[in-house]
Write a protein that binds this ligand. Structure first.
Ligand code: SAH
Length: 300
């Protein structure tokens, strides 16, 4: 078993008494930009992906919360494979410790943006948030939970009044387009989702971040920006634009830098705060939406 000065004391004590080990490092793929993708093998043989994303200022870890994902978003590689199971709390925290040890550097941020839908595994995710906060020493404000939105769960999360950042995967400015891109949206109308986000802001005092994958020619027209701005007016929020990272199964187009800037400018002209997410780890399929269980076999 690997030991390290980064390994929290409480966990060390626990591991002495419980006959479970850490996940095994199965494969490590460093990308040209310094991002490292890890395949970790769990005790039952299942494999999950984790990504370490270093910048000069901080090291961010993108963790998985499930093996596979049942949400089946059209543009996401994870949803193209089979959903297997939820991760346990220790399997989530272990991902952060593995990256911390490998980089020999403290992890500053953790984003629940790897494989899986965190709100479908809320108990383990909440326990992991607590452990990352109390055992590993990462402030709640440095933890981000990204969700496509599950009816009732956002309200449940709001009541806990955590200081984490909530990121909601929106991706479309109207219900028809969203339902097409994100099948689960058929059961969660946009109006209800925004109502729950408003309640989240009111209860927690934290703004909500909206992720918007930009698919050239699909959701990136000025009319979409105007429609989005209308929904967000008066809601304390932030829009994070994610250029589509290509996956094999679908033929969406990645927007050009110009198309992205134009769309962002349209939002900003409507006084909507918007930033662009830089794609990291693209050459190792480690960027947003490129994590998939099926490639795991190929890497063995
Ligand atoms: N299940 C969570 C976490 C998913 S991954 C959620 O839906 O929020 C984090 C982000 O990457 C989500 O916003 C997701 O929609 C986005 N994403 C998925 N596939 C992508 C792709 N091919 N290119 C860019 N972003 C993608």
């Amino acid at each position: 078993m690997r030991r390290s000065r980064f390994f929290p004391r409480r966990w060390r004590a626990e591991l002495k008494s419980i006959p479970i080990g850490r996940s095994q490092l199965h494969h490590r793929s460093p990308a040209q930009d310094g991002t490292v993708k890890y395949l970790l093998q769990l005790a039952d043989g299942q494999i999950v992906e984790t990504v370490g994303i270093p910048t000069q200022k901080r090291l961010t870890v993108c963790v998985s919360s499930q093996v596979g994902c049942p949400m089946a978003c059209d543009f996401c590689a994870t949803g193209k494979g089979n959903w297997q199971r939820n991760l346990a709390c220790h399997e989530i925290v272990d991902q952060v410790l593995t990256v911390q040890e490998d980089f020999q550097r403290r992890v500053g941020n953790v984003v629940f943006m790897g494989m899986g839908e965190p709100l479908l595994n809320l108990d383990s995710v909440l326990a992991a948030i607590r452990s990352l906060n109390e055992d590993v020493g990462i402030g709640q404000r440095s933890l981000t939970l990204s969700t496509v939105g599950i009816p009732d769960r956002l309200r449940k999360l709001a009541k806990l009044k955590l200081q984490i950042t909530l990121a909601v995967s929106l991706h479309a400015s109207n219900q028809a387009l969203r339902s097409q891109l994100v099948p689960s949206a058929q059961h969660y109308p946009l109006e209800a989702l925004f109502a729950d986000c408003r309640e989240y802001v009111a209860t927690t005092g934290r703004r909500v971040s909206f992720e918007y994958i930009v698919l050239a020619g699909v959701n990136d027209q000025p009319a979409h920006a105007l429609e989005l701005a209308r929904h967000l007016r008066g809601l304390q929020s932030h829009v994070n634009l994610i250029p589509y990272n290509p996956i094999a199964e679908v033929d969406y187009q990645r927007p050009t830098a110009n198309q992205l800037q134009t769309f962002m400018a349209c939002l900003q002209a409507q006084h909507i705060t918007a930033t662009l997410r830089r794609s990291r780890g693209l050459d190792q399929d480690a960027a947003c939406g490129q994590l998939r269980a099926s490639q795991v076999q190929a890497a063995v």
